[in-house]
Design a protein around this ligand. Structure first.
Ligand code: UD1
Length: 420
């Protein structure tokens, strides 16, 4: 298994390009199942999760064509199987995103029930109950969600008990081809949900309210092909900016979108960073200063994203003062804390809050990545350590960060991948 070896102590400096958003690319790939025409998807990030979704389409009989720029063309008219097997679902929970499209277009779908994962139990009950409200017959047996519908799904009034990103996406996709109008209340407002909605509208769907908590979808008879470019990844953007702030650096990230990162940029200003933005770039400059601790609470968009709390925890470990970080979205998202404490951090867990007392520097140690964003936070911890850190189980990071060591090297970091 590969490891990352990091020699800390370098301030990040320079410029990098941000990739397409994983969390938009995945539902958009699933949305290609909604039409028999070809959909071209551009700006796909080079990630393991994207490969897994392409493999999932492949095992249904759909063979995406990838060009030299990694644009992907998908034509689902050759589909033969309507199921997502456990072998793929267990490696990527977002496989659940094929449920709504398969059911609404073909009237049947079987998707392995995703199990728990490192950050909590993560049920999919809200996806299931919403589709049942639209007329689907769904049973869960032998570890599979087995769904079917006689004729078309029917538009329905759906109230989501909790804000769920992939739940909203699944139901929105199902509703595009349903009979009549679907209203989704307490819908997720995440930019990735908006990006998917924009792609669906380009395919001929009738959707309004995207970016608000109420989505109205009028079902149409069929959708058509289109070419769509995935939005930039706000979590990748935020991760590099936090790494630069933690290392007292000065970086510019381009091909990104500052307008969808307001809660994160505000926290970085509280840390003491000077932030400048243009339409598609963000520049962060610490002017060599030690960051100040920040406190934050995660919640659905537009509040502070759960996918960025571990990285701020890493920054707080070496910041001036004490900060508290409260996680309200997932139940078990502090696995990185124990690894950081092994590196000399001073972090206490109190329920769903961590209290981080900043120390001058961490001490490098061998650590283990437990989930995607936790791995990014351990890399940041390695960058602010006095000596060498090795991060094991980095397959987690390859799921969601494109060429992370190359991009960090471009910013001056001493980091390399070692095969073992
Ligand atoms: C998506 C993102 C993930 C991000 C998360 C929260 C993708 C591919 N992944 O995950 O990176 O961390 O949003 O922003 O877009 N819940 C239920 N029942 C359900 C569905 C969800 O109880 O049927 C709960 C979950 O356990 C969790 C909360 O709702 O506590 C939010 O989860 P959700 O928004 O669904 O996360 P994902 O869509 O899986």
């Amino acid at each position: 298994m590969d490891k990352l070896l990091i020699e800390g102590g370098v301030s990040l400096r320079g410029e990098i390009r941000i990739a397409g958003a994983k969390n938009s690319a995945l539902p958009i790939l699933a949305a290609t199942l909604l039409t028999q025409e070809t959909v071209q998807i551009c700006n796909l990030p080079h990630l393991f999760d994207i490969t897994t979704m392409i493999e999932l389409l492949g095992c249904m009989g759909v063979q995406p064509i990838i060009d030299e720029k990694l644009n992907v063309e998908v034509n689902s008219s050759s589909i033969k199987h309507f199921s997502a097997p456990y072998e793929l679902v267990k490696t990527m929970r977002a496989s659940i995103l094929v449920l709504g499209p398969l059911l609404t277009r073909f009237g049947r779908a079987e998707v392995a029930l995703p199990g728990g994962c490192a950050i909590g139990s993560r049920p999919v009950n809200l996806h299931i109950s919403a589709l049942q409200k639209m007329g689907a017959d769904i049973v869960v047996e032998d570890g599979y969600i087995k769904a079917s519908v006689n004729g078309r799904l029917k538009g329905a009034h759906i109230f989501m008990d909790l804000v769920t990103v992939t739940g909203t996406e699944n139901v929105m996709m199902a509703a595009t081809l349903a009979d009549g109008q679907t209203k989704i209340e307490n819908a997720a407002r995440e930019p990735e949900v908006v990006d998917l909605a924009n792609c669906l509208v380009k395919m001929g769907a009738d959707i309004s309210g995207q970016g608000t908590d109420t989505l109205i979808i009028n079902g149409v008879n069929e959708l058509k092909g289109c070419s769509y470019s995935v939005m930039p990844d706000r979590i990748e953007t935020g991760t590099y900016l936090i790494a630069a702030a933690a290392t007292r650096g000065h970086i510019r990230v381009k091909d990104t979108r500052p307008d969808i990162l307001e809660s994160v940029l505000m926290k970085l200003e509280q840390v003491g960073a000077e932030i400048k933005v243009g339409e598609n770039w963000i520049e962060l400059n610490m002017h060599g200063k030690r960051p100040k601790s920040v406190s934050l609470r995660t919640a659905p968009y537009p509040a502070f994203p759960t996918d960025m709390q571990a990285q701020f925890t890493a920054l707080n470990t070496i910041a001036l003062g004490t900060g508290s970080i409260t996680e309200t979205v997932f139940e078990n998202r502090f696995m990185h804390v124990h690894e950081m404490n092994r590196m000399g951090a001073s972090i206490k867990v109190e329920g769903n809050t961590v209290i981080v007392e900043g120390v001058k520097a961490l001490k490098g140690a061998p650590v283990m990545a437990t989930d995607l964003r936790a791995s990014a936070s351990l890399i940041i911890a390695g960058l602010v350590s006095d000596n060498v850190t090795t991060v094991d189980r980095i397959y987690h990071i390859d799921r969601g960060y494109e060429c992370i060591e190359e991009k960090l090297q471009l910013l001056g970091a001493r980091i390399r991948r070692i095969a073992s």
